[in-house]
Design a binder for this molecule. Structure first.
Ligand code: SF4
Ligand code: SF4
Length: 248
């Protein structure tokens, strides 16, 4: 394994171990509770930051920082099934969820206070047995079981409420053709060995993307696994523009 992937896996394992402490800052429920009281809480701020990060780094957060990523990639060792369908499912969750946040804020008369640590215990998410139980419940039901039953990073494909913020961010970036971190390829050097497609943690058809000379994909998390797996050096990270907007 290349050093870059060792570092990446080390970071996502570390953030996974931090997950019990930071769990409320990514919560889809606490943001609604806070909005009902007109409070901008920690997860509100984080979701806005994720949207802006996507303008420059696409879904790099999903590949390099997300606490749910470390857990899911560890499960690859036991369950390595590809996931190629159903990316639309997360939008069925996201749309009513974001609507309920807006309705909650309106019913509270708008936001009037910022409390980043709202509902935490001195900044820590798990302060009592009830929050510990809800942590394990969410981890098991939303992240671990889908990874075993459905396949690799199923949570990211089908359930994640944070991914749409970044997908919208990168689509806006692509629409305006702003420069950002991208994958680029040199298809002439490709030997069609499919190593990149086999190893992609998001189960993307990377070899095909190389062939089409279009490396932009809404589900690409810029993890660099394909970059480091290709012995021919066909795929690279680059700072630039996304290219063909039609498939972005
Ligand atoms: S790993 Fe490299 S050579 Fe093999 S299919 Fe992918 S891009 Fe082509
Ligand atoms: S295409 Fe490459 S960078 Fe994107 S998710 Fe797959 S392996 Fe990671």
């Amino acid at each position: 394994m290349k050093t870059r992937q060792k570092i990446r896996k080390g970071i996502i394992l570390f953030t996974f171990f931090l997950f019990p402490a930071i769990f409320y800052y990514l919560s889809p429920v606490i943001i609604i509770q806070a909005s009902l009281k007109g409070i901008i809480n920690g997860s509100f701020v984080i979701f806005i930051l994720l949207f802006f990060s996507a303008l420059l780094l696409g879904r790099g957060y999903c590949g390099w920082l997300c606490p749910g990523a470390g857990c899911q990639e560890a499960i690859f060792l036991a369950r390595d099934k590809k996931v190629t369908k159903g990316d639309w499912l997360k939008w069925l969750i996201w749309t009513p969820w974001i609507s309920s946040i807006i309705v909650s804020a309106i019913s509270a008369g708008g936001y009037n206070k910022i409390d980043f640590c709202y509902m935490t215990t001195h900044g820590f998410s798990i302060g009592d047995i009830q929050s510990l139980i809800s942590y394990f419940f969410v981890l098991l039901l939303l992240i671990v079981l889908p990874a075993f039953i459905v396949g690799k990073r199923s949570f990211c494909h089908h359930l994640c409420w944070m991914a749409p913020f970044m997908i919208i961010g990168r689509k806006i970036r692509n629409y305006f053709n702003w420069p950002s971190l991208q994958l680029t390829s040199t298809p002439d050097a490709c030997k069609h060995c499919y190593t990149c497609s086999k190893q992609c943690p998001m189960s993307l058809p990377v070899e095909e993307m190389v062939k089409r000379q279009h490396m932009e994909h809404a589900e690409c998390i810029l993890c660099g696994t394909c970059v480091d797996a290709c012995k021919q050096g066909v795929i690279n990270f680059n700072w630039g523009r996304a290219g063909n907007k039609r498939h972005a």
